[in-house]
Design a binder for this molecule. Structure first.
Ligand SMILES: Cc1cc2nc3c(=O)[nH]c(=O)nc-3n(C[C@H](O)[C@H](O)[C@H](O)COP(=O)(O)OP(=O)(O)OC[C@H]3O[C@@H](n4cnc5c(N)ncnc54)[C@H](O)[C@@H]3O)c2cc1C
Length: 417
């Protein structure tokens, strides 16, 4: 097969890779996007909850309260699910995650993430408009619903912590909740509505619209295996179904599989995945939801999607390749039936995804240490849909010698020593 040479190869066509490819192209680079699937967003960027979480400046932490940890460890807390066989392999990364979840380190991460999180929605608006699919971004905000006084106290405490960042939130009593979401069941006593975040009814459609924009602007999308990446005379080379592609620069944006390639190339990271499931349900009768709603105390979310009402779970701690299990979603479904107007499930088996995580709850965006021309853009954990476009812009600025719009040091790959 013949070789082709471009400026940049981007490996991985999820929301993160597609966005990086667009940002590089926007700075004049010729870019080839490579994915093992023939189309964009067939993995994690397909199955998420569809929230552009522009309020999520405080990261998703590991619990610090011993009683909460004990409950979770015994699988008594439905917000998480632990597959015990996975623990030895991920113990070290989870221990680091626990350590990074203390208040001072969380504050450091929040300060680093703030410009990314607060800039995320505008970045999406620009891309969706250019792609002619602004309809896929809805100004709905989202709601955290509580069931009990304790849940309300916890929600108010969390919101208090967000006040210093000027995040807008409206507290709703039961009547206020009914005014926004008339089909939420009586289990929902009130909620906190974040009015500013966007939501999409079709996360895959959104990423594919961005990929189509990339191709329309002259980018190439090729099917190929990123694990074939190797150094070449003037940079990097990857094998694709359309032949070998060489480039001065290559970007690893393989989401939960990024660490497989990074490790092969000699980078050791405390990387782990938080798995999560989704399943769609028919709405009951004419009922529905206007926006994504989180059942705060049970730790799952239901979002109105083109494919149905999508229930997404919190974290399952398991090895990335452990076989899927319906245990977590089966456990949550009865709670969801109390709270939401869900009818029959639309799929026999739930979809499984993997949130790519680092213990300090920040992505890696920047150069691969010691490998000129190789770049990293992964580890977006719970926020890859949200942050894909803006981290793409950050990476592209660094790669093209522009002054980045924020200090990239907190996102360096070598920050774990
Ligand atoms: C249940 C759930 C709910 C979520 N909800 C939200 C939400 O509401 N908002 C939010 O912002 N985030 C959410 N997330 C997180 C978000 O979905 C992820 O952070 C994001 O999708 C990661 O995008 P990515 O492009 O890095 O990875 P992916 O979308 O997984 O893309 C990686 C790509 O790499 C490709 N690939 C892998 N290996 C190879 C190889 N060897 N060769 C070639 N290609 C390869 C894959 O085919 C894939 O296309 C959620 C995640 C889950 C699991």
């Amino acid at each position: 097969m013949p070789s082709r040479t471009v400026d940049v190869i981007v490996l991985g066509a999820g929301m993160v890779g597609v966005s990086a490819a667009l940002a590089l192209q926007g700075r004049g680079a010729t870019v080839t996007l490579v994915d093992r699937h023939g189309e964009a967003a067939d993995e994690t960027s397909f199955g998420n909850a569809g929230l552009v979480q522009s309020e999520a400046v405080i990261p998703y932490t590991f619990p610090r309260d011993p009683a909460e940890i004990a409950n979770a460890a015994l699988n008594r807390d439905p917000r998480a699910h632990i597959r015990y066989a996975a623990l030895p392999a991920s113990a070290q990364a989870l221990w680091q995650y626990f350590q990074f979840s203390n208040s001072s380190r969380v504050a450091e991460t929040a300060a680093a993430m703030k410009p990314l999180v607060f800039g995320a929605a505008d970045e999406h608006r620009r891309l969706a408009e250019a792609a002619g699919r602004s309809d896929l971004l809805r100004p709905t905000g989202w709601i955290k619903v509580w069931r009990t006084a304790q849940g309300e106290d916890n929600a108010r405490r969390d919101v208090e912590a967000l006040k210093q960042y000027d995040v807008r939130v409206n507290f709703l009593d039961r009547d206020g909740l009914m005014a926004l979401e008339p089909h939420v069941g009586e289990a929902g006593r009130g909620g906190a509505h974040f009015p500013d975040p966007l939501s999409t009814p079709d996360p895959q459609g959104l990423a594919r619209a961005y990929a189509a924009l990339f191709v329309q602007r002259g980018g190439r999308f090729e099917k190929g295996d990123a694990m074939t990446l190797e150094p070449a005379a003037a940079g990097w080379m990857v094998a694709t179904d359309a032949g070998r592609v060489a480039a001065r620069d290559a970007v690893i944006a393989l989401g939960p599989w990024s660490n497989d390639l990074a490790r092969t190339l000699g980078l050791k990271l405390p990387f782990f995945v938080k798995r999560g499931y989704h399943r769609h349900y028919e709405p009951r009768g004419n009922a529905g939801l206007g926006r994504p709603v989180l059942d705060l105390e049970k730790g799952y979310l239901v979002a109105p999607m083109t494919l149905g009402l999508r229930l997404t779970t919190g974290a399952e701690f398991a090895r990335a390749d452990d076989p899927p299990s319906s245990a977590h979603i089966d456990r949550l479904e009865p709670f969801a039936r109390e709270m939401f107007p869900i009818g029959e499930p639309k799929e026999a088996e739930p979809w499984l995804g993997r949130r790519p995580c680092l213990p300090d709850m920040r992505p890696i965006v920047g150069p691969f240490p010691g490998k000129p021309g190789l770049w990293l853009d992964f580890g977006h954990q719970h926020l890859g849909l949200t942050l894909g476009p803006i981290t793409g812009r950050l990476l592209a600025a660094m790669m093209t010698g522009e002054t980045p719009f924020l200090d990239p040091a907190p996102f360096r790959a070598d920050r774990f020593g």
